[in-house]
Design a protein around this ligand. Sequence first.
Ligand code: VGL
Ligand code: ZN
Length: 203
Amino acid sequence: MRALLVVDIQNDFCPGGALAVPDGDTIVTTVNKLVNVFDAVIQTQDWHPAGHSSFASSHDGKEPYDTVEMDYGTQVLWPDHCVQGSMGAEFHPELNTLKTQVIIRKGFRKAIDSYSTFFENDQETTTGLTGYLNQRGITDLYTVGLATDFCVKWSILDGIDEGFNMHIVEDAVKGIDLDGSLDAAWDEMKEKGVNIVTSDDLL
Ligand code: VGL
Ligand code: ZN
């Protein structure tokens, strides 16, 4: 069985938001069409407490997009974004969320960031998604959303490791692109075995 995985289409990742992905909002129309052709729809929501460790503002002398060494490795520092309960954390107002059956929130532990929908950035703490998918008999995830080079990429890499067939809808994702991270992400995903499709293939 297949499902649509809609990653982080939230106000803060769209133009005008705190961590805007260029043209992030332009995928919403396509995503809404896809939502209507899938029987299973899963969304993710970046959901940080104020003062989260991934925020540059939580580290003296650091600016957004600097990096810091955490217990679990190198972490990019971001502007404050997707703070629990804020407007920025809400889904884009035009995104159709009516058919969504489960929302996986991530990044809610202050000390660990979480890009992937499967594991937090320590690569150990699980979100529970693998169990949910297995219990529903979902084998194939069609991934759309933001940002290609962070949450989308890590979800796809981990999903493959977890044994799922991971597909990316190339015209329904947008990236941040820090120092070439977008091209690198496509290379990593291809190397790992992602299946690339377009929305036309599905509609
Ligand atoms: C994301 C950076 C920080 C994403 C989330 O959704 O790709 N990127 N938090
Ligand atoms: Zn975040």
